[in-house]
Design a protein around this ligand. Structure first.
Ligand code: PHE
Ligand code: ZN
Length: 906
């Protein structure tokens, strides 16, 4: 594809099929930085050698927004030319030294890619293609070099000077400056380079690994934040121990550093030995962070640490292979968090939460204009492909591989087989830049007798075909023959560039639930004896039939247990069957799922109905009584109850419909909340009493679950009070807000007042701001709560515009921009999709404004209208107009242009 418009340089798509090995290798890199916010000088001294495997050709180095001062080959001046932004050198010897002097302006770098300034400190971000904004280089992941880095800067302003690897020398220079020299013992691609310079302090921890080696762990933050680093450090220590225990992968560095910055485009970055984090995923204490923050920090610290092997030791050959490191590392962080849960019920809660993210964010992506395979075939701007498909669907693909190397008897979950596969992957590829194929091959080869090995070529369609498969099931019970026949048909809708799909390999976790609620022993026709325990059937054809024999009574099938594959399961359950699963299914995922299906069904019926009466009372008695039983259940965890009682999100509901009226969806879902609030009022009150506590705070899964459920109870009690005029619960909630001993309880109380629309919110909100005015991450929450508040007569947009005038607001800080603008446009459908189109106008203004500051953040926001074609009128036409307005802007970044062009494509 070629995007060409008047007055604009063409943006050409890069294709996976065009991969060529580099013309040169870079073996060593010596970088020297004279750090200055306005003008930083960079000397880059490299040794290169020609790649004998490819035909001789000029050396083309990538560069972006650099001022080039001098180029020397073997110490001599040389001729060079520019091809666009690339620096091109012809007639080079086979091996040589190349020196390049450039300068750049970190303080002007609002894109936050390359070298930039945040709170008077220097940071870098190089993935995917930021290193070229620091110096000219072969900025591609298959060029791996040894780095030596010397940093020079003013000693009082920048007392701490960090880069990858080991500190080998430091000292003072003239004029109040000092220097530090770092050597990275590991070869790495440029995207893993990092430097940090500034006024920072560190929490330190020395650890001894299983192998008996000593390591220094450090978490660097700004001086006032040291009291918020304990949880990140603990998470890091757990991560080190977990990777040793589960995969035999130890820390390969003497020193491992995490540095927090409040200006960061993403969550965090796995630079070798010097991870750089968004403060959101480092800083926590009980006064400022919620349980969700604590658990996100644990996952993200784990994620970046696990990259040290999956990503850094073995990296990607090219950026099409991004999921090689990201899907695998998300899978690893999910498993890590589950393993830290301990209890099986807490593991299941984590699984449900992960699937919820997949289904509310990735499924829509896979059905919209940005749909792409886990291993894409082409892109215009790689930054646009750090997506939920690459990350979360990629993790599901790895999870299915683990399942498919399982062996019924000795390794039912496949963990041992998968660990063997990982060992072989490292044996074969440590130190290399490889492909998704290499990974899958290693896992399969280590398990030659497995389903994965048998089905590998077909399994790999998960990497090449985009779109969410649908699995349609039909069950027939034959009482006379005592058989139960389950037919499963799979299909997958067309996605951009892929009209026809071939069948996938789909592992289907399956149980048959008997009338007493217990699992039946399963015996396929042809099998000699029934087998107890969980079973997984592997579906490979467009249509397959499983016939079970010796079935004494009609069972309810529990299909896709544990969400064993990233597909949409369609099965025409009766309400009674779903209620049965909700009450009894031994698989917690499907037990939760049964409740969700009931709620989706009631919501859709109501959304489709024109009678106002039904729309005001979407829930029936059976559903309400089932929810009451869950709330009152003596054994179920609070966290699980919280998940069951949480209605499917408006976004999830929208995905179940062909034509979307966001206002109707919102009205129906709000009516459902209201019904649950009023009908279960007494239960909510007892749940609150039983689950709120004032004891010591620990963010473990059990007490977090109790706090979540207590918070949910408060919200419903406030909702009921708004309807009845009751003053007691809102008063209690305000008191709770004032007295809470931790941020989770305080924020939940505040959110209950805001989300129920109670007037006391107007008292609590300013109070909250005053309490936390110096805590940037809490101010983000405060703004986000208001941008994400349930819309009442269109009141949210004016509030959002007002927030943008608040002295604390800045569009330049990605966290702040996201908390206000993205929360409104991407997290609050009913407030955003206004019949007067004012939400879309606001969106187009912000996309264009942000695009000039930070194209990555703009392009993410641009995706808010991905699904515009599904909208009902008048939304659909108004959305198209807004997108066209953005498309017409002459100097759009290629990031935003790619998203917008895809949105408008047929
Ligand atoms: N590689 C980072 C991670 O997933 C994400 C990231 C991508 C951060 C690009 C910054 C820029 O761990
Ligand atoms: Zn990652």
């Amino acid at each position: 594809m070629l995007l060409l418009r008047d007055g604009q340089a063409p943006s050409t798509a890069i294709h996976r099929a065009d991969y060529l090995a580099p013309a040169y290798w870079i073996d060593t890199v010596h970088l020297s930085f004279d750090l200055d916010p306005a003008k930083t000088r960079v000397l880059n001294k490299m040794t290169l050698r020609r790649n004998a495997d490819v035909p001789a050709q000029p050396l083309k180095l990538d560069g972006e927004e650099l001022n080039l001062a001098r180029v020397l080959v073997n110490g001599q001046g040389t001729s060079f030319r520019m091809e666009g932004e690339q620096l091109v050198l012809d007639n080079l010897p086979d091996a040589f030294e190349l020196e390049i002097f450039t300068t750049c302006a970190p303080v002007k770098n609002t894109k936050l890619m390359g070298l930039y300034v945040s709170n008077d400190s220097f940071f870098t971000q190089c993935e995917a293609e930021g290193f070229r904004r620091i110096t000219y280089f072969l900025d591609r992941p298959d060029v791996m070099a040894s780095y030596t880095v010397t940093l020079r800067a003013d000693k009082t302003k920048y007392p701490v000077l960090l880069s990858n690897g080991n500190l080998v020398e430091q000292g003072d220079l003239d004029d109040g400056r000092h220097f530090a020299k770092w050597v990275d013992p590991h070869k790495k691609p440029a995207y893993l380079f990092a430097l940090v310079a500034g006024q920072l302090v560190a929490r330190e921890q020395r650890i001894t690994s299983r192998a008996g080696k000593d390591h220094l762990l450090q978490v660097y933050v700004r001086p006032g934040d040291l009291d918020k680093t304990e949880h990140a450090m603990n998470s890091l220590m757990y991560s080190v121990a977990w990777d040793e225990a589960r995969f035999g992968l130890g820390l390969d560095l003497e020193r491992f550093m995490i540095v927090a910055t409040s200006d960061f485009n993403m969550g965090a970055m796995e630079n070798k030995g010097l991870n750089i984090f968004n403060t959101k995923y480092v800083l926590a204490n009980q006064a400022t962070a919620t349980d969700t923050d604590y658990s996100n920090i644990e996952s993200v610290v784990g994620h970046e640490y696990f990259h040290n092997w999956t990503g850094n030791r073995i990296t990607c050959r090219d950026w099409f292979q991004l999921s090689l490191k990201e899907g695998l590392t998300v899978f690893r962080d999910q498993e890590f968090s589950q393993d830290l849960c301990g209890e099986a019920s807490a593991r299941a809660v984590k699984r449900i939460e992960d699937v919820r993210v997949l289904r509310t964010a990735q499924f829509p992506e896979d059905a919209g204009p940005m749909a792409h395979p886990v291993r894409p075939d082409s892109y215009i701007e790689i930054s646009n492909f750090y997506t939920v498909t690459i990350y979360e669907k990629g993790a599901e693909v790895v999870r299915m591989m683990q399942t498919l190397v399982g062996n019924g008897a000795s390794d039912p979950l496949g963990r041992d087989g998968f660990a063997r596969g990982m060992a072989l992957y490292f044996e074969r590829h440590d130190g290399q830049a490889v492909t998704c194929d290499d990974f899958a091959q290693a896992i399969a080869d280590a398990n030659p007798a497995s389903d994965l090995a048998r089905l590998l070529p077909q399994f790999k369609r998960w990497y090449s075909q985009a779109g969410t498969p649908r699995l349609h099931g039909v069950g027939v019970y034959d009482a006379a023959a005592r058989t139960y026949t389950l037919t499963l048909n799979q299909s997958c809708a067309a996605t951009p560039g892929q009209p026809d799909k071939h069948p996938f390999v789909i592992p289907v976790g399956l149980g048959l639930v008997g009338p007493d609620g217990g699992d039946l022993a399963l015996q396929l026709s042809g099998e000699t004896a029934p087998a107890h325990g969980p079973r997984t059937f592997v579906i490979t054809e467009a249509s397959e039939t499983l016939q079970f024999v010796n079935v004494d009574a009609e069972p309810v099938p529990s299909i896709l247990r544990g969400f064993s594959a990233p597909v949409v399961l369609e099965f025409d359950y009766s309400d009674a069957q779903l209620l049965h699963l909700l009450a009894h299914d031994s698989d917690p995922f499907n037990r939760w799922e049964a409740g969700q299906r009931l709620a989706v069904r009631l919501a859709i019926k109501s959304i489709a109905c024109d009678a106002h009466e039904t729309r005001a009372n979407p829930l029936d008695d059976a559903y309400i009584e089932a929810m009451r039983s869950v709330l009152r259940h003596p054994v179920l965890d609070a966290a699980f109850k919280d998940l069951v009682l949480t209605l499917p999100s408006e976004t999830y509901l929208a995905e179940q419909l062909d034509v979307v009226d966001p206002q109707r969806i919102h009205a129906v879902r709000e009516a459902m909340r209201q019904q649950l609030a009023v009908a279960l009022q007494a239960d909510w009150a007892s749940v609150y009493e039983a689950n709120h506590e004032n004891g010591a705070y620990t963010p473990d899964p059990l007490s977090s679950g109790r706090r979540a459920l207590a918070g949910m109870a408060l919200t419903h009690l406030c909702l009921a009070a708004v309807a009845s005029g009751d003053k007691v619960w809102p008063g209690k909630t305000l008191q709770r807000f004032k007295d809470a001993g931790n941020m989770t309880d305080r924020f939940n109380a505040l959110a209950a007042l805001v989300s129920s629309g109670h007037p006391l919110a107007a008292e609590a909100l300013p109070r909250f701001h005053a309490m936390f005015k110096d805590e940037a991450l809490v101010i983000d929450k405060w703004m986000g709560l208001q941008s994400g508040a349930p819309d009442r007569g269109g009141n949210v947009l004016p509030a959002v515009r007002q927030l943008m005038k608040h002295p604390d607001f800045s569009l330049r800080n990605p966290n702040r921009a996201r908390s206000v603008v993205s929360t409104f446009c991407q997290g609050n459908p009913a407030a955003f999709h206004r019949a007067d189109a004012a939400g879309y106008v606001f969106w187009s203004e912000r996309v264009m404004e942000l695009d000039a500051i930070n194209p990555q953040v703009a392009a993410r926001l641009a995706r808010a209208l991905d699904r515009w074609k599904k909208l009902a009128e008048p939304y659909r036409s108004a959305a198209r107009e807004a997108i066209a307005r953005v498309a017409a802007k002459p100097d759009l970044s290629k990031d935003t242009l790619e998203v917008i062009t895809r949105a408008l494509a047929d």
